[in-house]
Design a protein around this ligand. Sequence first.
Ligand SMILES: C[S@@+](CC[C@H](N)C(=O)[O-])C[C@H]1O[C@@H](n2cnc3c(N)ncnc32)[C@H](O)[C@@H]1O
Length: 215
Amino acid sequence: MSRQKRSKKNPYKGDRFTSKAKDEGYMARSVYKLTEIDRRFRVFKQGQRVIDLGCYPGSWSQYVLQRVGGRGRLVGVDLSKPALPKGHFLAQSVFDVTAEELIEALGGEADVLVSDMAPKTSGVPHSDHVRQMELVRKALELANETLKPGGAFVVKIFDGEEVPAFQKLVKETFGKTRRIRPEAVRQVSREFFLLATEFKGRPEAVQGEEEGAEG
Ligand SMILES: C[S@@+](CC[C@H](N)C(=O)[O-])C[C@H]1O[C@@H](n2cnc3c(N)ncnc32)[C@H](O)[C@@H]1O
């Protein structure tokens, strides 16, 4: 088989992040997107409670489990369950999971919620964007319901027309947002990550406080 034919079948074959993931024992190359975000913005700390949406095959969970250490907790959600010795995994769609279940599995509210969720792509950029934004909005809904004040939210987004409205929504409940395109994202991809920090608290609590301040 020619080199050109092989790379068409698997765009990641021979890629340096794929080889690195194999050498370092990670389930997927996507781990290096999260390691870069963490290295630059110090997202994780020992002892934290973390939710990982779209966790299969498990490289983000592997990394988070190392970062939060023995006192930390991780709960992951995906249609398939990663084969990892540690962590608590729910094999179900994010649309069927509740905030209460996640908080119970963690033993308390979360410090960080990360989402690397993506639907199976069709190759049609607009429809892939629209379908992925449904997952992105669900991730924000769960972040608003499970994070403790001060918490952080990291979400993968395929860029497109729904992004500005989504970013506006994120700014309602988080003090700071940053748009990041890690080196491990392929050049041709419309993918980027939004890191939102300084969670203000559940939307109804924030609204209540604002009303109280005015009254
Ligand atoms: C890029 S992969 C995640 C890779 C993972 N972060 C890792 O490092 O191993 C995207 C994942 O999103 C998941 N996904 C797509 N739709 C989902 C849904 N409705 N609920 C939960 N997970 C979903 C897919 O099953 C897939 O495993």
